[in-house]
Design a protein around this ligand. Structure first.
Ligand code: ZN
Length: 286
């Protein structure tokens, strides 16, 4: 099995979106430019969501247009609806992400509709994206636990993964949104998912609330997963998931992977610079 692991840096979007502070456009651009030098193949740079809902991400267009593009990096953006997609396309993103929840309670609280409705709403968007050769990534949230409904059934996660792949996603990122999943639960979930899907279609997105994220990544590596989402500085919780802490810290994942004999292609020194830059930006504003 391959020893190469892709870390999908989600700090500029999933990270900053969920921080209280608004980080200035020019600072976001500098942050992404620094990340672009660190060796990431994928950076989630923006979200094209209504600024009314997520003011932190209102400058997605300016950010995408302002960054210095590294041809080796794919810049991704979250697109919750068709309008967002069109804006993302215009801004020149390399790939988009859509999302669904594995918990009805989370779906209702977060976007005011059922899981099924939320996925159906993406159909028009994904049809257009496919026609425009735009790669689509899927996120499924609450893969083990929901802040409203409690435990989530692995079978429901499997159905949402299936639906997202059916919409044209090349990969589905499995989100432990509240960050309380334990390695044994991830193991059980992956055993089920891998009966139906290939490991190359799945990515891990584990929050580190209870300190299990690195162990959850290890379990996932064992099952053949080779893509993981992380954020420099462990940025971002989830405003819709009370008590949720941040994404797993990119530096910590990188260190663990190197120790386990995997390679990420990342430059540690640049990562540390990015880490320092982001910490000072977020701290200054709080
Ligand atoms: Zn996250």
């Amino acid at each position: 099995m391959s020893k190469e692991v892709t870390l999908f840096e989600v700090g500029p979007r999933d990270g900053l979106q969920n921080e209280k502070a608004f980080v200035e456009t020019k600072d976001k651009i500098n942050f992404i430019n620094l990340l672009s030098q660190a060796g990431f193949k994928k950076i989630e740079a923006a979200s094209f969501v209504s600024p009314k809902w997520v003011p932190q991400m209102a400058d997605g267009f300016e950010v995408m247009q302002g960054i210095k593009r590294n041809p080796d990096v794919k810049y991704a953006a979250l697109t919750p609806n068709l309008k967002g997609y069109e804006r993302a396309y215009e801004a020149g993103v390399d790939e988009i992400a859509i999302f669904g929840s594995a918990s009805e309670g989370f779906s209702q609280h977060n976007i005011n509709c059922s899981i099924e409705e939320s996925l159906e709403r993406f159909e028009e968007l994904t049809n257009i994206a496919i026609r425009q050769d735009m790669p689509i990534r899927g996120y499924v949230s609450c893969i083990v636990e929901c802040p409203y409904d409690g435990a989530v059934e692995p079978e429901v996660v499997a159905r949402v993964v299936d639906a997202l792949l059916g919409l044209g996603c090349y990969e589905v990122s499995l989100g432990d949104t509240v960050g309380k999943a334990e390695p044994e639960q991830i193991n059980t979930l992956l055993e089920l998912l891998l009966q139906n899907f290939d490991a190359s279609q799945l990515a891990g997105h584990y929050h580190d609330t209870n300190g299990w994220a690195l162990d959850n990544i290890k379990v996932s590596l064992h099952h053949g997963l080779r893509t993981f989402d992380s954020a420099v500085g462990g940025l971002g919780g989830c405003p819709y998931a009370p008590g949720a802490k941040g994404n797993v810290d990119t530096l910590a994942v990188h260190a663990m992977l190197e120790e386990e004999g995997f390679s990420t292609g990342l430059d540690e020194e640049t990562l540390m610079h990015a880490n320092d830059m982001m910490k000072s930006l977020v701290k200054d504003k709080q």
